[in-house]
Design a binder for this molecule. Structure first.
Ligand SMILES: Cc1cc2nc3c(=O)[nH]c(=O)nc-3n(C[C@H](O)[C@H](O)[C@H](O)COP(=O)(O)O)c2cc1C
Length: 271
């Protein structure tokens, strides 16, 4: 009782001070900061699970979009059930037993125990390290793979672009390419999101007849009269560096240090 009266007396004496009293200004500012920081940290903690769920739904949405299965009128989680998620050991190209639900490839890429450091020569995607394991998303029909979606990432001009590439059942034709996160300039490098540009990737062939990686984003426009145009995509105008980054990251992830061993294994199994 005595304490409550003492507190009330203290508050009254502070409030009773003139508004231009430095002591009152400092105390009011301190209390305001305290209340605001409690509000901000409480809402950050409260909304964290929702943020995680939204992020996961966005990833699923992008995987559906890159395979042409996104239907805005249907539930994303229900549509995504068509996919079988697996983990691939990138070095051997074999599936791993690790539970895909518990595996975070981005986290693994930063952990020396779960990733390899890429040499300057290997690191054409400018990512520094590559996780040992990667998620793949399989779309099957009658137990046969119809499409496979691979996560890809690499540096553009200002940022690391994260996205997906989908491949047809021959493991050579591209079904689609889509980025879900980057910070390239809107209207320049940001045109990687332009549906017209993305559409060009559909049907492009990754490997030539000799089995060599030949997919490339070129500078300027593709001449369809010239041999090899089935491996080439137009560069983005005014964004040569982002275009080059995309070309490099696609080559990295479809090459020997990325999903190459897995793709080789899968296409041999299909024969
Ligand atoms: C504000 C600003 C933003 C830019 N953003 C990008 C970008 O996102 N991607 C890119 O490749 N080039 C971007 N550029 C252009 C590059 O600096 C560089 O000039 C260009 O990639 C050269 O290629 P070009 O032959 O296509 O012009 C930007 C330039 C400026 C001034």
């Amino acid at each position: 009782m005595a304490d409550t009266n003492k507190n009330k007396g203290m508050i009254a004496s502070i409030l009773g001070l003139p508004n231009d009293d430095p002591k009152k200004t400092i105390i009011v500012a301190f209390l305001l900061c305290l209340v605001c920081s409690i509000l901000v940290s409480t809402s950050a903690v409260m909304f964290k699970p929702k943020q995680i769920a939204n992020k996961q739904a966005d990833i699923k949405k992008n995987i559906l979009a890159v395979t042409g299965l996104l239907d805005e009128s249907s539930d994303v989680n229900t549509l995504f059930e068509q996919f079988e998620v697996k983990i691939v050991d990138l070095e051997t190209g074999e599936y791993s037993d690790i539970d895909p639900e518990s595996y975070d490839q981005r986290k693994a890429s930063g952990d020396p125990a779960q990733s390899i450091k890429l040499s300057q020569q290997q690191d054409i995607a400018n990512i520094g390290r590559r996780a040992n394991l990667a998620k793949v998303y399989l779309l099957k029909e009658d137990d046969k793979i119809k499409r496979v979606v691979l996560p890809i990432h690499g540096y553009g001009l200002w940022s690391t672009l994260y996205g997906f590439v989908s491949l047809e059942s021959n493991f050579n034709s591209i079904g689609g390419l889509q980025f879900y996160s980057h910070a390239e300039t809107p209207g320049l490098g940001g045109e990687v999101d332009n549906p017209k540009w993305r559409k060009q990737w559909q049907g492009k062939k990754i490997f030539n007849d000799a089995g060599e990686l030949e997919i490339e984003v070129i500078r300027g426009h593709v001449d369809y009269q010239v041999e090899g145009s089935e491996h080439k995509v137009d560069g983005l105008s005014g964004a040569t560096l982002t275009s080059r980054g995309v070309s490099h990251l696609v080559n990295f992830w479809l090459g020997d240090d990325g999903f190459g061993p897995y793709l080789k294994k899968m296409s041999e199994a299909e024969k």
